[in-house]
Design a binder for this molecule. Structure first.
Ligand code: NAD
Length: 513
């Protein structure tokens, strides 16, 4: 499989293809590596995650350049949104593993706590799910799979990675990083090839699927996974709002909006697509924003540090965005800047801002995965929330205000899962916080404690010293049934607190056969 630069359109490398008949052997290798991995003392596993973090940081330029080859991103983005985030996440995983207790005694509720006195206790065991299939998109080809893999591995799993066919070199770079850091050889296996992702979603031996990609593909994968009832985490598309209130710091909000809309050439699931500005400051915000957008330099951002916007990933991606621009014009949107392909060799589109698109038009509520943003004024906050939540996507969003408390209250009314007040997209970079959306943006969470829980099986083990019989065991008879009635009413009903039933319960329960 060949990778082409979206800047030069020339070949930048190639990888071997995996055919579907190789799947059973790959899964077997993965399972063996998982056994080897969990057999290592926890201290050694923590050390390996720390080594991974260090190696990832040390190689940030070398691997950053691979990201640039596959995607055409500017160097600044290759380093900060890919390598920094990955290295920091591996370090977080090491800390998590060091402190996580895979067996926990649980405090039973007060009623069942009485059982403790009778010699009974409960523990929870957290066990690795086994082999995790990670299917990832092209837009953050290192940081998305890397963080999901690091979490899966920290929780004791092995991983089979299926990277996007647009970014195969990045997939290989991740597997190599884990090998070079000293993890068992097959703990992270990377596969490529037509149909391989689909075949793996149905393959025997896959215990979890962590999918990040479009909503459409997510639905297909869920259907396949249902054949073997494999649990899935779905990190899907978005169409995020940025709500700027009249008391916001306009200069800061404008700068953030430019980055939020056009970082990674607008190919960000939680990128800003719908800017809504309170009418009192609308014109000032719009004019300052458009002026800044027009000044962004496009090109090859590896050697030229002043380049802010790279190409989109492929010819198809470029045509999809150009189609969306046409649809926006047909729906009544006014192009404030951009609106066409840039005069460069690769798949570059001029950063595009559309004003006045009707909020009930299809295009206003569709994810456009490229340098395309809309801007509208709004009267009051209820209107802004109503427009936001009318969209079928609910991934991220932001509110801009000088009143933080009010901002938090307002943003909590959004349906989305990743929210910022006076910032953007930030949550993905914080290892300990959950990441994920709802509605068409998916379900389940990666990152943070919630993410780890999705990668493990949870066992409850209740144990009993055997001093007493339970009164609900067979054979049923009048005495024990009356006792249970009395017990229910005394513990939870209007006779609450009358614990006299214990007097005759205990001798009965002590009765031996
Ligand atoms: P995509 O859905 O086209 O592809 C994602 C991955 O799925 C790729 O590896 C692809 O090869 C694989 N795939 C495609 N069909 C498959 C099938 N039938 N079975 C198994 N695997 C299959 O997405 P993309 O274009 O690479 O990425 C862009 C999308 O991802 C956008 O919608 C974006 O919003 C979303 N995304 C979401 C998040 C998030 O955290 N929610 C993060 C990044 C990107």
């Amino acid at each position: 499989m060949v990778s082409y630069s979206p800047i030069t359109l020339e070949e930048v490398g190639s990888v071997d293809i995996t055919t579907t008949d190789m799947i059973p052997a790959i899964v077997e290798r993965s399972k063996k590596a998982q056994q080897e991995w969990v057999a290592l003392p926890k201290k050694e596993r923590v050390e390996l995650l720390r080594k991974l973090s260090k190696l990832t940081a040390d190689r940030c330029e070398e691997i950053g350049e691979i990201v640039h080859k596959d995607t055409g991103k500017p160097k600044a983005e290759c380093i900060n949104t890919e390598m920094f985030v990955s290295s920091s996440y591996a370090s977080y995983c090491a800390d998590w593993l060091q402190s996580f207790k895979f067996t926990k005694k649980i405090r039973m509720d007060p009623i069942h706590g009485m059982l403790k006195l009778m010699g009974r206790s409960s523990v929870i065991n957290y066990k690795p799910a086994g082999t995790v299939l990670c299917i990832s998109p092209y837009n953050f080809p290192i940081s998305i799979p890397f963080t999901e893999i690091a979490a899966a591995v920290a929780a004791g799993n092995s991983v089979i990675l299926k990277p996007s066919s647009n970014t195969p070199l990045c997939g290989e770079a991740i597997a190599e990083l884990f090998r070079d850091a000293g993890f068992p050889k097959d703990l992270v296996i990377c596969v490529h090839g037509p149909g391989i992702g689909d075949a793996l979603t149905k393959a025997e031996g896959i215990n979890r699927i962590v999918f990040t990609g479009s909503t459409e593909t997510g639905k297909t994968i869920m259907k396949s996974a249902s054949e073997r009832l494999v649990p899935v985490t779905m990190e899907l598309g978005g169409c995020d709002s940025m709500i700027v209130l009249k008391d916001a710091d306009i200069g800061r909000a404008v700068r953030a909006a430019v980055w939020g809309s056009f970082a990674n050439s607008g190919q960000v699931c939680v990128g800003v697509q719908r800017i809504m500005v309170q009418k009192e400051i609308y014109e000032e915000f719009r004019d300052r924003y458009v002026e800044k957008v027009k000044s962004l330099k496009l090109g090859d951002g590896w050697d030229d540090p002043d380049v802010s916007v790279g190409p989109v990933i492929s010819e198809k991606a470029m045509n999809d965005v150009l189609d969306a621009i046409e649809k926006a014009k047909e729906a009544g949107g006014k192009i404030l800047c951009g609106g066409k392909r840039a005069d460069l060799k690769g798949y570059f589109i001029e950063p595009t801002v559309v004003e006045g698109l009707p909020v009930d038009s299809e295009i206003y509520n569709t994810e456009v995965f490229g340098p395309f943003t809309t801007i509208i004024p709004f009267e009051d906050e209820d209107e802004a929330i109503r427009i936001t939540n009318a969209c079928s996507y609910a991934l991220g969003g932001s509110v801009w205000t000088s009143d933080l408390k009010h901002g938090r209250e307002l943003i909590a009314r959004m349906d989305s899962g990743n929210l910022d007040v006076n910032n953007l997209i930030y949550g993905f970079g914080i290892g300990s916080t959950p990441w994920g959306g709802s509605k068409d943006s998916g379900f389940g969470r990666s990152h943070g404690d919630s993410g780890f829980l999705e990668l493990m099986e949870i066992q409850h083990i209740h144990s009993d010293k055997g001093r007493y019989h339970d009164p609900w065991w067979m054979p049923y008879s009048k005495g024990p049934t009356e006792l249970q009635t009395e017990m229910t009413q005394s513990l939870f009903g209007s006779r609450k607190g009358k614990l006299g039933f214990f007097k005759h319960a205990l001798p009965f329960m002590r009765k031996k056969d």
